[in-house]
Design a protein around this ligand. Structure first.
Ligand code: TMP
Length: 205
């Protein structure tokens, strides 16, 4: 099973995933956690270019293509081999981040972006995608506090608002794959809901 976590900045994905992995492993599942756009040596190098606060001249199309380059490598080198072994792959972000950030955020043509994603992933779509939804102001505040500020976080509040709205739109368009979780609540509450949600969707052992 391929499960992805999505969300705007400061939604808490990265802090929730390790505990969920532990939770599932305790239940006997073989879980492989990973993150986009890293997860491979090539991907990590591309991430550096994407996140560097020096690269302010980067065009939205360059940004879109770099994410797809990292993703193509990630799918072939990490995700497909793990899925072939029957493992549960949990990824912190995947292709929907491109639709949210580069598509909705940068207002690139959504159909063209979808076509690029299809090419980069060889049409690999997650079985389940969890949206950790949080309002933009709370999310950006959390992110600043965590001291993980990157080039994308520095985009305008309007950009991040479009990203969040883009995610909400995607949930509406594909309700069979997406589940929305309110991540504005206490960490423990959100974690509990995520655990039950995963057990509900993952086939019983
Ligand atoms: P984060 O997951 O650590 O928050 O950082 C990843 C950043 O990269 C985040 O700002 C979202 C952004 N991103 C995109 O803009 N497009 C993508 O396709 C992916 C995977 C991430």
């Amino acid at each position: 099973m391929f499960i992805t976590f999505e969300g705007p900045e400061g939604s808490g994905k990265t802090s929730h995933i390790p505990s969920l992995v532990e939770f599932l492993r305790e239940k006997g599942y073989t879980v492989f956690p990973t993150r986009e756009p890293g997860g491979t040596s090539i991907g990590e190098q591309i991430r550096e270019v994407l996140h560097s606060l020096k690269n302010t001249e980067m065009h939205a199309r360059t940004e879109t293509l770099l994410y797809q380059a990292a993703r193509a490598q990630f799918v072939e080198q990490v995700i497909r081999p793990r899925l072939a072994l029957g493992e549960i792959v949990l990824s912190d972000r995947y292709a929907d981040s491109t639709l949210a950030y580069q598509g909705y955020g940068h207002q690139q043509d959504l159909e063209q972006v979808r076509a690029l994603i299809k090419y980069a992933t060889g049409s690999l779509v997650p079985n389940l995608t969890i949206l950790l939804d949080v309002d933009v102001e709370t999310g950006l505040k959390r992110k600043k506090k965590a001291d993980e500020w990157n080039r994308l976080d520095a985009y305008t509040v309007e950009f991040h608002q479009r990203v969040r709205n883009g995610y909400l739109e995607m949930v509406k368009q594909e309700p069979g794959r997406w589940v929305l979780v309110d991540a504005g609540r206490k960490w423990e509450e959100v974690q509990k809901e995520l655990g039950s949600l995963l057990l509900e969707h993952i086939p019983k052992l």
